[in-house]
Each structure stands twice: as C-alpha cells, then as structure tokens.
Design a protein around this ligand. Structure first.
Ligand SMILES: Nc1nc2c(ncn2[C@@H]2O[C@H](COP(=O)(O)OP(=O)(O)OP(=O)(O)O)[C@@H](O)[C@H]2O)c(=O)[nH]1
Ligand SMILES: [Mg+2]
Length: 378
C-alpha cells in the first residue's frame, strides 16, 4: 500500500507559498480628502494589519506621507492639508501629479500609482464647490496618465443623505470610475440605534473591476473587507488549475511524469493562500494534505479513485498501469481547491482560528469539506 509523504508535500507547499507571496506586485493607492473625513478609519477597515495606525509614515512630498508595513504589498499615500485653502489644494494636486509621473517614469508596476480615492464626508452636509473644481482639474491634468479616481463617500450612516450626495456628484459629470458610499465602522447614533458598517465590499468590487490583472492577487491579499471577492478570485485560480490538471492527466502521462501534477495543485494552494493573506504554516498544510489526499478519499470513493490518486503523487511506491485518468486529475484538483477555499473562508469569517486548523477539529472540517466536494463531482 502506497503512503503519501505528507511532510514532504507540505514542505513544498510552504516553498510555493513563500514564492507566490514574494512575487506579488505592490499596490499603490493615493488617499486624499480633508482632515477628519475618515481616511485612516477607511484604510484600517479595508486593509489588513491596521496600516494607518503604524505611526506617521514616511514623508514623500510636503503634503503626502507613504504608509506601508512589512509583509503587506501595499503602499498608501495619505495626503494632508486639504482643508487649508485653495493654495495648498493646488500644491497637493501638483504633488499628486508629480508622484504619478515619477511612478510612470520608473516603468515598474511596483512603483506606479494605481488608483486615487478621493474621500468626501457624507455627514458633513455638503460638498464644497472647490472640491469639485479640484477633482475636475485633477482628472483633466492627468488625462494622459489616467490613474482611475474613485470617490468614496465616508461616514455614510445616513444612506438617504449619501444617495442625495451621490446624485449631486453624478450631475457634475466628473471623470471618475465610481462614487461609493461607505460606513467603514459601525456608527452609534444613540444608545438604541447603531448603524452597521457597509459599502466596503462594493469598494473592493469596484477596485477589482478597475485594477489590471497583475494586481488582482495583491488586491485580494491586502483587503479584508470582502470574502465574496476573495472567493471569486480563488474560483478563477481553481478553474485554471483544474484545466491544467486535466491536460496533464489526459496525455496520458506515465507514472514517472506524474510529478507534473503535484506542482499544479501546489501552485493553486499557494495562490489561494496569497488571496486570503493568512499566515499558513507547515502544520496546517500537513493537516490539510493528510485530511484530504491522505486517507479521506479512500473510504468514500473506493479503490479505483484512490489508485488513481496515488498516481498523482510522485515517489509513492508502485502502481500498475501508469496512466492517470484526466477526469480524476481534474476532479481531485477542483475538490482540493474548493475544500481549501472552504477552510480559509471559515477562518476569514471567524468561525475557526488559524490555530484550530492543525487540530482534530480542523482536520475533521477539512476532510468533510473535501468529501463533499468530491461527491459533488462524482
Ligand atoms: N463610527 C465611525 N466613525 C468614523 C468613521 N469614519 C471616521 N470616523 C470617525 O471620524 C473621526 C476622523 O476619522 P479619521 O479616520 O481619523 O479621519 P482622517 O481623514 O484620517 O483624518 P486626518 O488623518 O486628520 O486627515 C474619527 O473619530 C473616527 O472615529 C466610520 O465609518 N464610522
Ligand atoms: Mg488620518
């Protein structure tokens, strides 16, 4: 009976994850708007690791600081001084344009500015005509560079007021991608009534539609506002890996070449890990591999699929025949990917801790999820 070397596969998965994370492109966003509108609150609610609380950031221009954190492939350019009148606003605009040009000149995606969020506080009643003029000038001044602008209506605990403000801004026909009302944190209106945070998932969705493909994994890695968007991205990764696995299985390839399949699955797991942005360690991966590819499948699907599964794992003893069924390779890859997304989702939604995953409870959840996914595809 062949035995799967889970330790070895887990070690390779760790390597694949580290590589994937290292290769993520850096996302750079300028966040502008008057003081107190809620820029820092928004940044902390949308991105992981409480980015806007890590001190003052690094000054890049007179009115801009760059906030970043080790291990997070994201830089936020936070602007200041917007409320200090027309002259400063003009300077801020020039500094934004210079920063954009510098990024472009580098011809490096990691240094380019990818998006501008302009924040307007819905609760402060009205938008000043000079802000609209400023936005109009900014978009016409950067006609050539075309960095997308998203207007974020912050502190929109009154949806009615946010709707009215949005309509008013739409009438201005500004050259912006979207106007998105948000409430970044729950807002206590009085002791009996608390307005629930909302809108951040839409903001991430809009970002997903706006940014280039090279930044999609990064966007999902750094954002903590939308599980749906993480899943959507992960599903694409699974679909691609499944097609690849079917291709590799269909050859049909001799057993000695089966090593081709495992890398496909490992790179899928690595990409999904990057999308969720969790610190997945080796014991979690060992648990996942042993609960899924280990013994889990044997009891449900019987000898045939197990024999086929064994063929997917390099160096695990002898299997007669030597050709992998294309369908089996696809089914296992898809089920593996979906089960992993399921586990990551449980952690994201707080139903399980990362530490739980390598325990009995975690393993049980893993094997159940994998079994369900296999059965869906029988
Ligand atoms: N409850 C709630 N409070 C918010 C929200 N957004 C902003 N606030 C509050 O508004 C105040 C200002 O928010 P900040 O995020 O510091 O605003 P800022 O734009 O970063 O301000 P500066 O850094 O001074 O330019 C803080 O007291 C926040 O708690 C929100 O979505 N919900
Ligand atoms: Mg701030």
């Amino acid at each position: 009976m062949a035995v799967l070397d889970t330790e070895k596969v887990a070690q390779e998965a760790i390597k694949a994850i580290a590589q994937k994370i290292k290769n993520l492109n850096r996302l750079n966003i300028i966040v502008a708007g008057k003081t107190g509108v809620g820029k820092s609150t928004l940044i902390n609610a949308v991105f992981r690791d409480k980015l806007a609380e890590t001190g003052m950031g690094k000054p890049v221009t007179d009115h801009m600081r760059m906030i970043s954190k080790k291990g997070v492939p994201l830089s936020i350019y936070d602007t200041r001084g917007f409320e200090l009148g027309k002259e400063v606003q003009k300077q801020v605009k020039e500094e934004i344009l210079t920063t954009i040009s510098k990024g472009l000149a580098s011809q490096d995606i990691n240094k380019a500015i990818h998006c501008i969020w302009y924040c307007i506080n819905t609760a402060s009643n009205r938008v000043e005509p000079e802000e609209i003029a400023w936005l109009r000038e900014l978009s016409s001044d950067q006609k050539a560079t075309q960095v997308p602008i998203i207007i974020v209506l912050t502190q929109s605990f009154s949806k009615k007021r946010a709707g009215a403000l949005k309509r008013l801004l739409l009438e201005e026909n500004l050259n912006v991608v979207q106007i998105v009302p948000v409430l970044a944190e729950d807002y206590e209106i009085d002791e009996e009534y608390v307005a629930k945070a909302y809108g951040l998932d839409l903001l991430i969705h809009v970002m997903g539609e706006t940014l280039p493909e090279e930044l999609m994994d990064t966007l999902q890695n750094v954002q903590i506002a939308s599980l749906a968007e993480k899943k959507r991205r992960a599903q694409k990764i699974i679909a691609t890996a499944t097609v690849a696995a079917i291709g590799e299985g269909a050859a049909p390839i001799p057993l000695s070449d089966c090593a081709m399949l495992i890398p496909t699955q490992l790179s899928m797991i690595a990409s999904i890990t990057a999308i969720f942005g969790f610190d997945v360690n080796k014991s979690i991966l060992t648990a996942f591999i042993s609960s899924t590819l280990g013994t889990g499948g044997a009891t449900i699907l019987g000898k045939t699929i197990v024999a086929n599964m064994v063929k997917l794992i390099p160096g695990v003893g002898t299997v007669a025949g030597g050709a992998i069924s294309a369908g089996t390779a696809g089914v296992i890859t898809a089920a593996l990917g979906e089960a992993y997304v399921g586990i990551m989702s449980l952690v994201f939604s707080g139903e399980m801790n990362l530490e739980d995953l390598s325990t009995r409870k975690g393993k049980k959840a893993m094997s159940t999820l994998f079994r369900e996914e296999l059965q869906k595809r029988r």
